[in-house]
Design a protein around this ligand. Structure first.
Ligand SMILES: Cc1cc2nc3c(=O)[nH]c(=O)nc-3n(C[C@H](O)[C@H](O)[C@H](O)COP(=O)(O)OP(=O)(O)OC[C@H]3O[C@@H](n4cnc5c(N)ncnc54)[C@H](O)[C@@H]3O)c2cc1C
Length: 168
């Protein structure tokens, strides 16, 4: 079976949430597709505040910020598809054909318009082609974020940070 929509938004982070809400509000039949079991993207693990100052005029943590958008999304008719990994996109010229993989098997979507809001992920030094040895126990900022916020454990008893930006 092929689900047909006007707009398919791939990625349920803040960009995808905002895009799906805007598309639906402008009258397009919209689907939001996310590979994880929750919406929010990276902001799920950003428990520090400072988000929302521009959009909502308030200091919010990452999860609080994304929950505002999720609440707005629920008031729309956007169809949300969680735990669906988009594994293939065919550009048909006059639209797109998407292949999704999930626990129920393979599904297909056809969309007139596609929004790619799949974010970005950190790469380790080895993945970025930086030579040399890596000290044992070295982890990325994202891994340090996600261990206490999503896995409810501490990444280390003591740590040394080499970072910039709010993650550091
Ligand atoms: C470790 C780390 C820390 C950060 N800290 C901050 C911070 O403190 N402040 C700040 O402003 N920004 C921070 N950022 C930047 C942050 O990524 C962006 O602010 C924001 O999350 C980007 O939103 P997005 O919607 O573009 O992408 P994301 O939030 O990354 O969302 C993308 C979504 O797309 C989904 N997806 C990807 N590929 C597929 C696929 N093939 N099929 C289905 N779903 C898919 C992902 O699962 C994810 O949920 C941080 C980023 C990282 C990596």
């Amino acid at each position: 079976m092929v689900s047909e929509v006007d707009v398919a938004v791939i990625g349920g982070g803040p960009a995808g949430l905002a895009a799906a809400i805007a598309a639906e509000q402008s009258g397009a039949k919209t689907a939001l597709i996310e590979r994880e079991d929750h919406l929010g993207g990276i902001l799920k693990q950003c428990i520090h505040d400072g988000f929302g100052l521009i959009r909502f005029g308030e200091k919010l943590s990452g999860p609080e910020y994304s929950h505002r958008y999720i609440a707005e999304l629920k008031k729309t008719g956007v169809s949300v598809h969680l735990q669906k990994f988009v594994i293939r996109i065919n550009n048909l010229g006059a639209g797109f054909e998407l292949t999704l993989s999930g626990s129920g098997g393979i599904e297909n979507f056809s969309a007139k318009t596609l929004v790619l809001s799949t974010g970005c992920r950190e790469r380790t030094a080895r993945q970025a082609g930086i030579y040399g040895t890596r000290p044992a126990g070295g982890i990325t900022a994202g891994a340090a974020h996600i261990t206490p916020t999503s896995w409810d454990s501490s990444p280390a008893a003591a740590a040394w940070f080499s970072a910039r930006g709010t993650s550091g």
